[in-house]
Design a protein around this ligand. Structure first.
Ligand code: GLN
Length: 454
């Protein structure tokens, strides 16, 4: 049914870069046979899933939305993909995204825009617009995204889906094409909080192949969602982050946010205001740290090892000139912009002024979170300042595009988990997201609150 749905609507949406019909049907048939034989399978066995194209899949094309990886077929699976396969989830295919996960609209994909199923003239968010659109449009019941600065949560918000960025180290990064290694996390994109909990428990947990993976049992997420759905939040302290609301937020976004606070109060939660003064600098710090790490991570795309190889049009064919020609032709403008920014920020003489200062701000943001979590069990805000904007609206103004991440970035800088749950429709009839943040390794708290709001 999902493959039929993809065939019917993906010509309009462009959520998928690759559809793996045959593999998905083979897995589904195998699961059916094993179930018929009385085997006790995972609860999600047979439930199809779409995977963002930045996650490597053995034998299945993986481009990260870039021309530089066109035609590359990975020889191995990411840990999270291994876990999906072991549990019997058919993989429907790979979803569209901003090139190397750089963007908030999916307009930076080398393979065309993904359209928002709510309004085909509008962006589905980014960088994981393909995964969010696929789930919102019923092309897939579940999807995997990655979130370096909001790329799971902001697409979730603007497409009316649930998106979760786990605690840093909660889900293995082995087999993710790295953008900024100290910020990247993979997580679920779903239609309900309970679905997200099931998927998160399946892909999460320790992996010795990722040196930053947390070697401790995960909190019970499905159980927390079940508790939340029962609707009693008495004793829970919910902190409204002063710096993440008010000015700059669309009126309809703020109105829905206030209504949800009222709902939480009626379920017994205590609402307190907290201040995180250094969040004001989060965007500045992020847009130095992220490009710095990306400039280093993307150095491996050199025309020698993976995908595209372009020889210089004339003159000698030296290694250096092949690398320059390949990177010049293979990377899009946004990727080039960030590599240049990153190498500049890291260069001798500027390192302390830019990268060093950004790292200090990162510490101050972590301390803001620590202080806020002594006063509140979870923190909340709108996920994004506006609903989905129109194609082209922010494409020529990188700073306006970056501003979309103002509420999602602090969580990545501090490594804490974040969830976006659907929060009704704004006055323009488009979906709004409600963001819940919890302390590191306390992802269960978000599931409790998210499920209570559903
Ligand atoms: N929009 C942010 C950026 O462009 C977030 C990206 C992400 O989370 N992958 O960097």
């Amino acid at each position: 049914a999902h493959l039929d749905r993809i065939a019917a609507v993906d010509g309009d949406l462009n959520s998928f870069l690759h559809v793996s019909d045959a593999d998905a049907l083979a897995t589904a048939a195998e699961v059916d046979a094993r179930r018929a034989a009385g085997e006790d399978l995972h609860v999600l066995a047979g439930v199809p899933i779409a995977v963002k194209d930045v996650v490597v899949t053995k034998g299945m094309p993986t481009t990260a939305g870039s021309k530089i990886l066109e035609g590359w077929i990975p020889p191995y699976d990411a840990t999270l993909v291994e876990r999906l396969k072991a549990a019997g989830l058919p993989i429907l295919g790979k979803t569209n995204m901003d090139e190397f996960a750089m963007g908030s609209s999916t307009e930076h994909s080398a393979y065309g825009n993904t359209r928002n199923p709510w309004d085909l003239e509008r962006i589905p968010g980014g960088s994981g617009g393909g995964s969010a659109a696929a789930v919102a449009a019923f092309e897939a019941p579940l999807a995997i995204g990655t979130d370096t600065g909001g790329s799971i949560r902001q697409p979730g918000a603007v497409t009316g889906t649930v998106g979760v960025k786990p605690t840093y180290g909660g889900v293995s990064r082995y087999g993710l094409i790295a953008m900024a290694s100290s910020l990247d996390q993979a997580g679920p994109v779903t239609r309900t909080v309970a679905d997200a909990a099931l998927l998160h428990e399946l892909i999460g947990g320790h992996d010795p192949r990722d040196s930053t993976s947390i070697d401790e049992p995960m909190p019970g997420l499905v159980e927390a969602a079940r508790q939340g759905a029962a609707g009693d939040l008495s004793g829970l302290r919910v902190g409204v982050v002063k710096e993440l609301s008010g000015e700059g937020y669309q009126a309809g976004v703020s109105a829905r946010f206030e209504e949800s606070l009222e709902q939480l109060r009626s379920l017994g939660a205590e609402i307190v205001e907290v201040s995180c003064p250094h969040f004001t600098y989060a965007l500045d710090a992020y847009y130095l740290i992220m490009p710095s790490e990306a400039s280093s991570n993307l150095a491996k795309f050199d025309g020698m090892r993976f995908g595209l190889r372009v020889e210089p049009a004339d003159g000698p064919v030296t290694a250096e000139r092949v690398m320059a020609a390949t990177r010049g032709a293979g990377f899009g403008d946004e990727v080039k912009r960030r590599i240049i920014l990153g190498t500049y920020a890291l260069s001798a003489g500027y390192y302390d002024a830019y990268y060093g200062s950004a790292q200090k701000i990162r510490t101050l943001i972590q301390r803001d979170f620590d202080a806020a979590f002594t006063r509140a069990d979870v923190l909340v805000s709108p996920t994004a300042p506006t609903t989905a904007f129109k194609f082209g609206e922010k494409l020529d103004d990188p700073l306006a595009m970056y501003l979309n991440d103002v509420a999602t970035i602090p969580a990545n800088l501090a490594g804490v988990p974040g969830m976006s749950v659907p929060n009704g429709l704004s006055d323009d009839g488009l979906p709004v997201g409600f963001q819940i943040l919890a302390p590191a390794k306390a992802d269960d708290r978000m599931y409790r609150v998210g499920a209570a709001l559903e």
